[in-house]
Design a protein around this ligand. Structure first.
Ligand SMILES: C[S@@+](CC[C@H](N)C(=O)[O-])C[C@H]1O[C@@H](n2cnc3c(N)ncnc32)[C@H](O)[C@@H]1O
Length: 764
């Protein structure tokens, strides 16, 4: 059991169950998985009382936990059940599909080819939902109005054919295909002309209401059904494979409903009605938030077609604001309060609850805190959890987190504890920020990057009730951090030399941090030298005994003859790969182009050179964590030369300010632009040309184009002879070699010279 206190990069679209059925909101599977893995154990019972499409259940089952899902919306219950059920007899599934295909073919042909008059005259004899009112904010009155007659004809026939299937499991799965198709092939479908470049889609999921687009688009029902069948078949192939070992003894019918998973249509406010007290080992849940998603109203179309009942009582119990019943904020808060009290009843003592919070208003966060404490939960922490892949690092103002999620973790205790939310003085803001940063730097043993620090500061400020004020006061946190800490050449934050670490940091941690820092910087060190480097930082009432010091040293380092060295496991922590991986924590912070430049800066640092990065590139905040120059050290330029040289992607400088190497990374700009910039640099520093230390980095796909451009350029031949001054390397090859060079113990500039090759000029 481990408490999750870090953000996880959300990977939504990659899971096998992603395409099984759309829903109004979905959790990122890998985030849920990490929580379940840490907060529970194999065989445990995991509950999600607001389960939606059942992401929590799937992940729990994948990790061999038993899973229970509760939702008021019968559509959600249906999707969850059909997603979890395994194994599926895919041969049968395919066979039934071929049958449907064959039987429906003439009607599909008719619908696709018939004159409108014939369609109008066509009488639908079988059942379909008629007279069921859509929510009042819809642009359509009744469920049947959501379809063109051509669509309706096929839907009705499909339902008849599906109902004929004798195998219950397969029949239900076809209903899922049907239901999935309903989500797309209806008249709320927006063409991308209306919706913009992200492509078309039904408005139900984009606007959270049944909105009528200006342009009517009639999506072909059968074609869509076919595609959805393929998607679901693929998903089931995956899950059959994934769970194949589970079907064998001793787990046996692991994935059979009511054996290892259970989905209940009911309200989270009534959990003790279906679950015994203290029977659950872990709860992960993502309750509704905000006013704009009224789940039951929005599911009207599906529930009508699938024949699911939604009663007035259900609507009363739905924990939302607004909706058809025009629920107030108080109604919403009361329902959430009740459900939290119920969660406390069914959860075992000392077990955990993780609750996702994504409301824009911090007051609601406070409300959840309070409700949990009243119910008998002990507050553990709040974790910043981004929902998309934008890096916090890249965000202009990292304190504006409310577009993301926060996950609050609690532990069920015997007694109600009094911890958590307390309003603090505004003057505490800076202290909170700095204390937190310092703690993170020390906790990470000197390998914390900016993102690690931000991710911890936000929850701390929130807990103090100061986030909104901090947010107004600090548009940028970096200047404040820079004043008190510094970044090393790897971009890792360090405590400034000579600074005493705060009282709140445990002495052992302090010893570990300073010892690690010294050894990392110097490689091997004699014991006395380590003591000399570490002890002066540990005065201030916290001087350790030699025994204490030796214990810590023994944990992180080992003696090599007379000297000490960091243990290999500890050293790994400081490997260069680390910051790069971490920077990717929230997705791709760099464009391909800037990633190469990032690598060039790292190489320069490794070689003991300074790297200047191009004016445009400097705007990318992702470079903030790096040690680089943002001004050119050379002063001899004319205005025009300077303007050109400033655009060069990366220039390395020796300590005395003379240029050592220049690089242009060309993805799509013409090679001649790069040559022009290089030429401006050569006018002042011709040596770079003579030593051929001008390197073009181009994608492999551009080789021919580059050679052509170069051949026809006026830079070739007399008087510039640029072809003899510039070399090139493929970007792919460069990135491959980069890590090798970076991690080799000693690198010289000559090694960089071996990277490039000459242009093969195309003769006339
Ligand atoms: C944010 S969604 C959950 C989405 C889910 N985490 C997923 O990844 O698919 C919230 C769910 O709570 C359900 N809900 C609302 N009020 C409820 C209540 N009183 N009891 C149980 N479920 C409720 C809604 O129907 C909706 O499916």
């Amino acid at each position: 059991m481990k408490i999750v206190d870090y953000p996880i990069k959300p990977l939504k679209q990659q899971q096998w169950h992603w395409r099984v059925h759309p829903y109004f909101t979905k959790q990122a599977s890998n985030v849920v998985r990490e929580y379940i893995r840490n907060f529970s154990e194999e065989g445990d019972v995991v509950l999600d009382p607001f389960c939606g499409t059942g992401v929590t259940l799937i992940e729990a089952l994948t990790l061999k936990r038993r899973a229970i899902g509760v939702d008021l919306d019968p559509l959600a219950v249906f999707i969850t059940r059909e997603t979890c059920v395994a194994p599926i007899d895919l041969e049968k599934f395919e066979k039934e599909f071929r049958k449907i295909e064959k039987e429906i073919a003439p009607l599909v042909k008719f619908v696709r080819e018939a004159e409108q008059r014939d369609i109008d005259n066509y009488k639908i004899k079988e059942w379909y939902p008629k007279g069921i009112k859509l929510p009042s904010n819809s642009d359509f009155d009744f469920v049947e109005d959501l379809f063109d007659k051509r669509q309706l004809i096929i839907y009705v026939k499909l339902l008849v054919l599906i109902n004929k299937i004798s195998d219950k499991e397969i029949k239900e799965l076809f209903k899922l295909v049907f239901s999935n198709t309903l989500g797309k092939a209806n008249l709320t479908y927006m063409d991308n002309l209306v919706r913009g470049p992200e492509g078309g889609g039904p408005s139900i999921f984009g606007k959270y209401r049944y909105w009528r687009p200006t342009k009517k688009v009639i999506i072909d029902v059968w074609k869509n059904f076919e595609q959805r069948f393929e998607n679901i078949k693929k998903a089931k192939q995956e899950s059959n494979k994934l769970f194949k070992d589970y079907f064998k003894e001793p787990l046996g019918d692991f994935f059979k409903e009511n054996s290892t998973f259970e989905v209940i249509k009911g309200s989270a406010t009534n959990l003790s009605k279906f679950l015994p007290a203290q029977s659950v080992d872990y709860i992960y849940t993502d309750p509704p938030y905000g006013a704009h998603i009224a789940y039951l109203d929005l599911s009207t179309m599906w529930n009508a077609w699938l024949g699911f009942d939604v009663s007035e009582e259900d609507k009363k119990l739905e924990a939302i604001e607004g909706g058809e019943l025009k629920k107030s904020k108080e109604d919403y808060i009361n329902l959430i309060f009740e459900s939290i009290a119920e969660m406390a009843r069914v959860l075992k003592k000392n077990k955990f609850l993780s609750i996702v919070f994504q409301h824009k208003d911090v007051a609601y966060w406070n409300m959840i805190q309070e409700a949990c404490q009243k119910a008998g939960f002990n507050y553990i922490n709040t974790v910043y959890q981004p929902t998309n892949t934008t890096s916090i690092h890249k965000k202009k103002n990292p304190l504006m987190v409310m577009g993301s999620q926060l996950i609050l973790n609690f532990q069920r205790t015997e007694k109600v504890a009094n911890v958590g939310f307390s309003l603090r003085d505004e003057s505490q803001i800076e202290k909170i920020i700095l204390d937190t940063a310092e703690r993170v730097i020390v906790d990470k043993g000197g390998t914390a990057i900016t993102e690690d620090i931000y991710a911890q500061i936000v929850p701390q400020l929130l807990e103090a009730g100061l986030l909104h004020i901090a947010n107004k006061r600090y548009k940028e946190l970096l200047p404040l951090l820079n004043k008190n800490f510094e970044q090393d050449t790897n971009g890792f934050w360090q405590v400034r030399k000579g600074t005493q670490l705060g009282q709140h940091i445990d002495r052992k941690k302090k010893i570990e941090y300073f010892t690690g820092s010294a050894l990392r910087k110097n490689g091997k060190m004699k014991l006395e030298d380590i003591i000399g480097a570490v002890f002066p930082n540990l005065t201030n009432g916290s001087t350790p005994t030699r025994k204490e010091f030796m214990e810590v040293l023994g944990e992180i380092a080992e003696p090599m003859g007379e000297e000490w060295e960091l243990k290999s496991g500890k050293q790994n922590l400081f490997l260069d790969l680390q910051p790069q991986k971490k920077l990717e924590l929230f997705g791709e912070p760099f464009s391909e182009h800037n990633r190469v430049i990032y690598s060039l800066v790292k190489l320069a640092n490794k070689l003991g050179l300074s790297a200047y990065i191009g004016k445009n590139e400097q705007r990318d905040k992702a470079f903030d964590g790096l040690n680089h120059l943002s001004k050119l050290p050379i002063v001899k330029f004319t205005e025009v030369q300077r303007k050109r040289v400033e655009q060069i992607d990366c220039i390395w400088f020796h300590n005395d300010g003379t240029p050592a190497y220049a690089f242009e990374v060309e993805e799509s700009t013409p090679i001649t632009t790069a040559l022009e910039r290089f030429w401006a640099l050569l006018e002042v520093v011709p040596e770079l040309g003579n030593t051929r230390r001008l390197l073009l980095i181009i994608p492999r796909s551009r080789q021919q184009k580059a050679e052509q451009e170069l051949s026809s350029s006026s830079f070739i031949g007399h008087p510039q002879f640029m072809d003899q001054k510039v070399k090139y390397i493929f970007k792919e090859k460069f990135l491959e070699r980069y890590l090798g060079i970076l991690n080799s113990p000693e690198v010289k500039l000559d090694e960089i010279d071996t990277l490039g090759q000459s242009f093969r000029l195309i003769s006339e």
